[in-house]
Design a protein around this ligand. Structure first.
Ligand SMILES: NC(=O)c1ccc[n+]([C@@H]2O[C@H](COP(=O)([O-])OP(=O)(O)OC[C@H]3O[C@@H](n4cnc5c(N)ncnc54)[C@H](OP(=O)(O)O)[C@@H]3O)[C@@H](O)[C@H]2O)c1
Length: 252
């Protein structure tokens, strides 16, 4: 049974996970972070000890690596041989080096520190090096979520990539729409019911059934006029390529 955990990193995921596990009586032993300010703040919140150096780690049952993806391999090499997990969607479990027991716990949600999130609704993808480790991870995670799925590294990469498309890319589309309206002093609030309705429709039906707009209708004159209204060269390219992709995909 996992009772004592430690975290490497004090960013978004480390903060959200450490606070949540601490709230269900899992002991957070150490926060290891090169950033002293955020590391000490998080350690204080969850009643853990802060260290800058990995070498100072106290004894624990499991260590979460919550750094950026590119540093997982290097950091795992510096850790002692206890159960080590990372939380990255795109990083294979084999990136955790030199440990007998390893795991991945990837939340399919955009997490930010100090932002409340309903854990029971977050799908968690888990993967483990062996059945015993998987059972332990499952038991630990079931204290904070009922939405746990066993997913291997290659499936998880696809899920992560799709998550980037539906979440980060749509977010960037909101930024483009916002900027274009702001330049002309038109309120982005006018688009909010449309954003909400589009998201709700896609939660309830297959996305391709919800597609409307000039490209789906092949209203070429409207598309041409829209392109003439966009000053930013990159935004123009994005509008063009998405419209062309929709037109080609639904060519009858
Ligand atoms: N946030 C999300 O929505 C989300 C969702 C699912 C999965 N994930 C995964 O969770 C992991 C953490 O993401 P995050 O959003 O929490 O990132 P983050 O907020 O940027 O935090 C990253 C943390 O890693 C530390 N760090 C970076 N490089 C380091 C190094 N070489 N040595 C020591 N510490 C280092 C940073 O320290 P400094 O403050 O000193 O830079 C910071 O504490 C990533 O693998 C990510 O793919 C994130």
């Amino acid at each position: 049974m996992i009772k004592k955990i430690s975290f490497i990193g004090s960013g978004n995921v480390a903060s959200v996970f450490a606070e949540k596990f601490s709230s269900v009586n899992i002991d957070v032993i150490n926060i290891i972070s090169r950033n002293q300010k955020t590391g000490k703040e998080l350690a204080q919140k969850v009643n853990a000890k802060y260290y800058k150096s990995i070498r100072k780690l106290d004894e624990c049952d499991m260590i979460f690596i919550c750094t950026n993806d590119d540093n997982i391999v290097k950091i795992s090499e510096e850790l002692p041989d206890v159960l080590v997990a990372h939380t990255s969607g795109n990083t294979s479990i084999s990136s955790i080096k030199g440990k007998k027991r390893k795991a991945v716990i990837y939340p399919i949600q955009s997490l930010s520190k100090n932002e409340k999130v309903s854990f029971n609704e977050i799908p968690f993808c888990i993967e483990a090096s062996d059945l015993e480790t998987k059972a332990k991870i499952h038991e630990l995670l079931s204290k904070i979520s009922k939405n746990i799925h066993t997913i291997n590294s290659s499936e998880r990469k696809l899920i992560h990539m799709s998550a980037v498309i539906v979440s980060n890319f749509s977010n960037f589309c909101y930024i483009m729409g916002y900027e274009i309206l702001k330049e002309k002093n038109i309120s982005f609030d006018l688009l909010k019911p449309l954003i909400q309705h589009t998201a709700e429709k896609n939660l309830n039906r297959e996305p391709k059934k919800n597609l409307t707009g000039p490209a789906a209708r092949k209203d070429f004159k409207t598309i041409k006029e829209h392109l003439a209204l966009i000053d930013n060269k990159n935004y123009k390219k994005i509008y063009k390529i998405i419209s062309k992709t929709i037109i080609d995909k639904y060519e009858k």
